[in-house]
Design a protein around this ligand. Structure first.
Ligand code: PSU
Ligand code: MN
Length: 335
């Protein structure tokens, strides 16, 4: 049955236009193993701007139905700004780059029944023909494999508080160290240790950019008390940085940290006290490993009466706006 699934995929693949020589979507290893939506395949084939989007934020990061609404709205924002959205997830063991409306709905209703899939989980989910929602690390892996240089999300994982004892350091950080994809996020949540996360990114050789800010943003708030190592002020500057990273064959990722819009940043201190409470509960209940981030996100949302979810949605949309402009500027640069 698995080989017939594969042959169906390669059939589909054969019906699509062959890839031209400029584009990166050509890894022969991935031929027939990844299913592209027609929209994404066309865009990659013609060198149009594409923006990768992750799926753990849909399954584990937000409740239904806001997760589905947000996912659809984010895709619309990307299209309105001249790029093609490529939401990435593993469905029935098939890595999908670009989801249909039905597939997006399926993922959103599966919620936490989909497996949270980081890099380490990819082979397990594919081999077992499971449904996997890809985190930043797994989404970067697939984006890079098929040649999508820009990826938009809400927040990335990082070094957890007390990470020096637990060694809970998100694989998002090591992926950024070895995979050449630019990740647009609102920085790192204060459920994590932000200074240690920045140190670790430096160790991994990741270029961290504050977008129109000198300060590294903390997801729900536009300040963290930490300086952003670099600052850029336009999509074109970001595109040139990404292009230089590619030309130099540095091989690492870039983190572009976009502060949450000021209007949504207001409830930041209320959210901070909820974060403290949720962290304490997580320790008491011994919630660790990959379960910790989803637990904290859900709990903070409950404790803030939905305020954190509203902020989360607003910042993701803002990131989609900025990320699309960067992807379009990059595609222009490479014309
Ligand atoms: N932070 C958020 N929302 C999210 C995540 C992080 O504000 O949905 C998800 C992302 O998919 C990220 C993952 O890649 O959590 C990190 O999980 P962990 O801490 O287990 O590495
Ligand atoms: Mn972890």
């Amino acid at each position: 049955a698995s080989s017939s699934a594969l042959s169906r995929l390669s059939n589909l693949h054969n019906h699509l236009r062959p890839l031209d020589s400029n584009n990166q979507a050509r890894s022969s290893l991935i031929e027939g193993l990844v299913k592209f939506s027609p929209e994404v395949y066309q865009a990659l084939s013609s060198g149009r701007a594409v923006v990768a989007l992750e799926s753990t934020i849909i399954s584990h990061g937000m409740p239904y139905p806001q997760n589905l609404e947000t996912a659809k709205q984010v895709e619309e924002i990307v299209r309105k700004n001249g790029a093609v959205p490529a939401t990435i997830a593993i469905l029935d063991g098939v890595p999908c780059v670009g989801l249909s409306a039905e597939q997006l709905e399926r993922l959103a209703t599966l919620g936490t029944r989909a497996q949270k899939t980081a890099r380490r989980d990819i082979a397990y989910v594919v081999a077992g023909r499971r449904n996997g929602a890809t985190t930043v690390s797994a989404t970067m892996f697939f984006a890079s494999t098929v040649g999508i240089p820009v990826f938009v999300t809400g927040g990335i994982g990082g070094v957890h508080r007390h990470g020096e004892e637990t060694m809970d350091v998100s694989s998002d950080l090591t992926e950024l160290g070895k995979t050449p994809v630019a990740v647009v996020s609102a920085g790192v949540k204060s459920i994590l240790d932000i200074p240690k996360t920045l140190e670790y990114l430096e160790t991994q050789g990741v270029c961290v950019v504050g977008y129109k800010t000198d300060e590294f943003p903390a997801f729900f708030t536009d300040t963290s008390g930490c300086k952003a190592p670099c600052r850029l002020d336009t999509p074109e500057e970001c595109a040139r940085l990404i292009d230089a990273t590619t030309k130099l064959k540095l091989g690492n990722g870039v983190l572009i940290a976009v502060p949450i819009p000021k209007e949504q940043s207001a409830s930041g201190s209320k959210i901070e006290s909820a974060i403290q409470k949720a962290l304490k509960e997580a320790r008491e209940k011994n919630i660790i490993g990959s379960a910790e981030t989803p637990f904290l996100l859900a709990r903070v949302n409950e404790l803030t009466g939905g305020a954190s979810l509203a902020s989360n949605i607003a910042l993701v949309k803002n990131n989609a706006l900025v990320g699309s402009k960067i992807a379009v500027a990059l595609a222009r640069l490479r014309e």
